[in-house]
Design a binder for this molecule. Structure first.
Ligand SMILES: NC(=O)c1ccc[n+]([C@@H]2O[C@H](COP(=O)([O-])OP(=O)(O)OC[C@H]3O[C@@H](n4cnc5c(N)ncnc54)[C@H](OP(=O)(O)O)[C@@H]3O)[C@@H](O)[C@H]2O)c1
Length: 306
């Protein structure tokens, strides 16, 4: 269908913070020549940059139904994602209510891979994961044309959680024990979302689980980081209590800290040992691995030895 008939594609959470999926999706859609409406929470330099890139920028709060209505009106395809926050479910249901009222052709919903293993009888302590689990159900009840993406932990989260240890002590310090993990790059998640938005029809009703190319324990992860940085990086399994204390010292909001602590516990229990082919199936290209990611972010990990 032509852009004139579909209107711009709405991308929420477009300014970007941790993974910045929305921000990258905007760039990818614009690069395809598709018109984009970018919803941001505030008018700042990130909004200016989005405008300069060619997006129509709208400022609004995903918790305000009137703002969401303004953002969705005139669009037919929507990416819904926002930063981890206590009101995530409220925002999801607000989006669903608005999308039902206005009618959309596709709603690409950001979720989490943990949801694949959750049920009424088997949940996790993370309020964020519970909200994604409930949000997916609310969207199913809505009968909207939804495509769900369930990424595992982002490689960017390792940047946030482990870069300082690698930089200062040559150690990845995490409480993951012998648990294996297979993180996915937010850039790959964004490539999947852009593909789904560009041509949603074949994907409606589907759920895509997204991981990296191979699951390994943190010693394997450290070896790949060593290769990328050309210096020794090791893994230090730290006690979960020390990890949690560090998050509290860093002043993370309670909701985020509780979510990250849960991710640590689930890693330790082997629950992130997953391999899924969503990135390849949707984009036709392989997912980025640890070595490539660390190479791309070498400076943040303390630089590469020549
Ligand atoms: N990080 C991981 O390891 C991981 C793994 C799997 C799934 N996920 C999921 O990925 C999503 C986060 O994606 P991301 O990392 O790409 O997001 P992000 O870059 O952290 O944040 C996206 C944007 O959401 C905006 N936002 C927050 N609350 C808002 C509100 N009430 N109204 C309007 N905008 C609001 C933020 O605006 P400001 O910057 O202005 O505050 C931010 O720029 C979450 O659903 C999370 O559960 C994350």
């Amino acid at each position: 269908m032509s852009a004139e008939r579909t209107g711009p594609i709405l991308v929420t959470g477009a300014a970007g913070q941790l993974g910045g999926v929305g921000r990258t999706v905007v760039d990818l859609l614009l690069a395809r020549g598709l018109p984009v409406r970018a919803l941001v929470r505030r008018e700042d330099e990130r909004a200016t940059a989005l405008r300069a890139a060619g997006a129509e920028v709208m400022v609004g709060d995903l918790l305000e139904p009137a703002d969401v209505y303004r953002a969705v009106r005139g669009t037919r395809r929507v990416y819904f994602g926002m930063s981890v926050s206590p009101e995530y479910l409220e925002a999801t249901v607000t989006m669903a209510a608005v999308a039902r009222e206005l009618g959309v052709d596709a709603l690409v919903n950001m979720s989490q891979m943990t949801v694949s293993e959750m049920s009424v009888h088997d949940t996790t302590p993370s309020r964020q994961q519970r909200q994604h689990w409930l949000g997916e159900q609310a969207l199913a009840w809505s009968s909207l044309p939804v495509v769900t993406i369930r990424p595992t932990i982002f490689l960017e989260s390792f940047l946030t959680l482990a870069a300082a240890g690698v930089r200062d002590r040559g150690r990845i310090e995490l409480p993951f024990g012998a648990g294996k993990t297979n993180p996915v790059a937010a850039a790959d998640v964004a490539r999947v979302v852009a593909e789904l938005l560009a041509d949603p029809s074949p994907h409606l009703g589907r759920v895509y689980e997204l991981t990296g190319p191979g699951s390994q324990d943190m010693h394997g992860f450290a070896r790949e980081a060593s290769d990328a940085l050309n210096r020794e990086v090791t893994y230090a399994d730290i006690p979960p209590e020390a990890f949690e204390a560090g998050l509290r010292r860093a002043g993370l909001p309670e909701h985020v800290a509780q979510h990250v602590v849960t991710m640590g516990e689930l890693h330790r229990a082997g629950r992130y040992d997953r391999l899924a082919d969503g990135v390849g199936r949707v984009t036709g290209l392989p997912a980025m691995g640890v070595r490539e990611f660390v190479s791309l972010h070498a400076d943040e990990f303390g630089g590469r030895r020549s």
